[in-house]
Ligand binder design. Sequence first.
Ligand SMILES: [Zn+2]
Length: 220
Amino acid sequence: MSISKIKMMTCKECKRNFFVKVYDLIDGDKDYDLRKKFIFDELFIFKCPYCGHIHFVPYPLKYINQKKHFIVQFGSLSDVYNFYYNDKDIDTSLYIKTGATTTILAREKVVALENNLDHRIASIYRYIMAKQYEEYAKENNLPKLEDSYLCYDDDGNLAVIFDVIEDGKPNSFCQLFDQELYEEIKNDYIDCLNNTNDMIFDDKSVMKVLCANKLKRQSN
Ligand SMILES: [Zn+2]
């Protein structure tokens, strides 16, 4: 079951106080509404009841899926570290564990793991797709990429989402996930993952793996 608490927030706009519900733990396969809010980036949005001002306030939380046996700790570096080394609340030995210090990466990890993907390979896949888009955009005068992540399209299909700014307005489009291509990338990179730390596997980790793979190819 998800665990929540009530917290007081002060509106940045009108400076009045109001109470909000925040979660320490989200039980993803049981609380479907919370899962949806987390994945579609609505969980950290709070509306002031007095003036209507919208606040985006991410806070640390643990996301668990007991059916698929994974836990993603979202928060600061120390939140992730404490989850790995000091957390005694859950017997985590039965779970795939990872952490994320940005909401976008936390969502990508949850989406990858609920689709039975290796979350590290999924991040490498998304990174390679983003680089391909960037090159294509440059050549064809298309909008510059702001962000990219693994998520779902409007029909619920697994996809890489590309966020761009087009004519001064945020826009996004998606590229359907290609399982065959994922398997190819997995075959190419899995050997380079043996020495990586899973605690946080972000774009920096992806770049290290891409470099290691390049060196390996050059030496062969
Ligand atoms: Zn307000």
